[in-house]
Design a protein around this ligand. Structure first.
Ligand code: NI
Length: 170
């Protein structure tokens, strides 16, 4: 495993629509491992392959399934070719940051709940029902696969130095 460089705006790969994954070979498994390690080293709650300059539809997320309890355990999700197949009508505002957009945070409206379907790292079908922050992280990461960044959706933007709140980066 190794830590890969996280690319930043205005790197063009961040703006491309990423390609579907069809090959679950050793090189792909290594990419997944490296993404998990990179996310942990960078202290992120999620990472999408375009952020390590690989235009492929794979995301990693590490966040509690239910964060309403303090000290809820984190869960690692690896999802390939993910698609949001259902979303709640209710939306919530939250402040997001992104490893590829340093020193900026923004308020983004997201669906409160989503159902995501895709494949696991070995190509087997999987489904995740997420709510709250976990749902937000999935929406943020899947946006990355379509070349969309949180700054495109943000209704307000601040410099990190202007706010006191600690904001999860994705
Ligand atoms: Ni991000």
């Amino acid at each position: 495993m190794s830590v890969r460089e996280v690319i930043k705006l205005p790197h063009p790969t961040l703006r491309k629509k990423a390609h579907d994954v069809h090959n679950f070979d050793d090189a792909f498994q290594e990419l997944v491992e490296d993404m998990v390690e990179t996310m942990r080293v960078e202290d992120g709650v999620g990472l999408a392959a375009p952020q390590v300059n690989q235009s492929l539809r794979v995301i990693v997320v590490e966040y509690p399934e239910d964060d309403s309890k303090e000290d809820a355990p984190k869960k690692l999700f690896v999802m390939v070719n993910p698609e949001i197949v259902k979303r709640s009508e209710e939306t919530i505002l939250g402040i997001e940051g992104c490893l590829s957009v340093p020193d900026i945070v923004g308020e983004v409206e997201r669906s409160e709940k989503v159902e995501v379907r895709g494949l696991n790292r070995y190509g087997k079908k999987m489904k995740v029902r997420a709510k709250g922050w976990l749902a937000r992280v999935f929406q943020h990461e899947i946006d990355h696969l379509n070349g969309v960044l949180f700054v495109d959706r943000a209704t307000q933007i601040w410099k990190t130095s202007e706010i006191e709140e600690e904001v999860p980066v994705e």
